[in-house]
Structures are given as C-alpha cells and as structure tokens.
Design a protein around this ligand. Structure first.
Ligand SMILES: [Zn+2]
Length: 122
C-alpha cells in the first residue's frame, strides 16, 4: 500500500518527495511559529510558578532559617512540583531551591525548613 503524506500544518496531501512534511514554506513557517508560541507559553507559565514559589519562601524567611508547616505553603498555592535546582548536603539531605530560597522537608514531610542561601555558598 502506498503511504500518503499529509502536510502537518494544513492537512493537505503532499505531492513530491516522500520525506516532505509540509506543502510549502508558508505551511512550514506557520507550523514552526505555532510550536514556538506553545513552548513560549509553557516557559512563561513555569516561570510564573517558580517566581510565586520563591515569593512564598521569601515571605516566610526574610533572613536565616525558619521551619513552617507545609500546609501553610500549600494554602498560598506553593507548587511542590517545581524548583530550579537541588542541593544535597554531606548528610544526604536534599534541599530544593526556587532561585536563592530553598527548603528541606522535615518531620516526615509535615514541615519544611526554609533557607535563603545555598549551603555550599556559606
Ligand atoms: Zn500545507
């Protein structure tokens, strides 16, 4: 059976080379621009979450270290799925950071210890 290729942008049948994915440059550009818009939207959304997480951590921890109940962060819509990086200490504790503010889950995940600088920087 002969395979029929269709344009990824407009869905029209493609005439010509078998490996072509678009009917013309206009369709290719349109498709690529659409992809770019979608991924830029995702980046903006994730940045928004990270900034909000950072703001919440900062709010609880203007200086030094603080321990707070995890539920207080959740109430402010802290999103535990997102962080910028992690740091594991020599005692094998892994802090999750949102920019320069980090936290470590303590007391079986009931509370978090919030720090405002990376341990390896101090
Ligand atoms: Zn097309």
């Amino acid at each position: 059976m002969e395979e029929i290729a269709v344009c990824l942008q407009c869905g029209e049948k493609i005439i010509g080379r078998i490996d072509k994915r678009f009917c013309d440059a206009q369709c290719r550009n349109g498709f690529n621009n659409k992809l770019k818009r979608v991924s830029e939207k995702q980046i903006i959304e994730i940045n928004r979450i990270l900034r909000r997480n950072r703001k919440i951590l900062k709010q609880f921890n203007p200086a030094g270290k603080t321990t707070v109940r995890k539920e207080y962060l959740e109430k402010l819509d802290f999103d535990f799925k997102f962080h910028t990086h992690t740091f594991t200490t020599s005692h094998n504790n892994t802090y999750k950071f949102c920019y320069e503010y980090g936290y470590l889950e303590v007391e079986d995940g009931l509370k978090v210890l919030i720090v405002n600088e990376q341990p390896y920087m101090s």
